[in-house]
Design a protein around this ligand. Sequence first.
Ligand code: GLC
Length: 417
Amino acid sequence: MRRGLSGNPRSIAMHPSFVSRPFGSEQGRFLALDLGGTNVRATLVELGGKHDVRVLDHRSFRLASTSGSTDDLFGPVADFLMSVLTEHGADGMGYIFAFPVNQSGIRSGRLTKWTKEFAFDGVEGQDVVVLMERAIRDRMDRDGDFRIRALANDTVGVLAAGAYLDPRCDMGLIVGTGANLAVAVPNDMIVRRDLPASVGNTSEMIFNMECGNFDGVDSIQTDVDRKLDAESDTSGQLMEKMIAGRYLGEVARLRVLEAESKGEGFEGWVGEGGDFSAPYSFTTEQLSDIIFDDSDDLTATAMELGRLGVATTTTDERRHLKEICVSVARRSAGIVAESIVATATYIDPGLNDEHMVAVDGSVFRGIPGYREEVERGLALTLGEGADRIQVCYLRDGSGLGAAVVAAVTASSRMEGG
Ligand code: GLC
């Protein structure tokens, strides 16, 4: 983190967001676009100015693919957005682009690399605001003008939304398809000197850590992790590959394959014809469902496996599979807890202040017992100090946050900032 904040990042980039946390007094009606996976969302948000937020409209659509040309990505998103824009007026739009973007200002930034197995051509190295605005303008009347007010990572969004609702919030965490953290850093800890003052509160800046890319986890990688990484289309992201929804099902599936090859059961599961043998055929949702199944002989698990073409299984095998799923999920939650601890104690080594992490994401929300495991991890590492860190789930926090970041930008312009 220190290296990142001094402008010499290694595996944790610490990308500046150019914005601070909100004051909670920002007002107005803002549109939020949240693009970070196949489920693209638009939310119209009314900020009341007293730490209160109302969602006026929320829509989503699914991208057909995670690869293709630049137009295959920005075209459908712009079509979707146009349908929302023609219906609603707003004071501005905030844009969440939930991939590693090296921002050069509040409304510009280049994609450094795709993550989460996304792979659209011609986007890496490009300014994702320019690409989005161009696609929207192409769909407007000839003299139509459209400007995105603010660009932010989804972790920055969830942090901004959390802080709008509760000023103690100083970290934003996503554990969904991908995994990453953002943190509000006081100016005296920002070693690099090339950054302008933040929009909003000039005494701090939020940083998108991009800690899913942390490679210090190589010492705890298993053979399965190394295999998953070698076969992945996304480079790096070693920690994310142990934590995030894009990968957990596959980690469990590879662990089953490994056990089978060692003669530890699962005979016939990976044979030809069954879906279980195909990469990524076992999803993180299925892993969740199996953890959720607490029947004695794991009947729901047997049905789930039947759907994957694994027709005959023994109760012992199903129990073994459940143990694998539980341990994969538990490890993910444990690493998330350690990441929170590392971040909180970096900005406040003695944990003298109260901290709050706002969290969004399907893994945190969806895997049974996940949240408790994160809390257990905090308590294991910090003992009573864990009381200083609250972890709060904030549904659609990143979308709300896009609106909040746009509002911070708008009100600082009004004040001439
Ligand atoms: C991936 C992206 C990161 C994002 C995270 C959660 O790690 O690189 O930018 O915040 O997923 O969506």
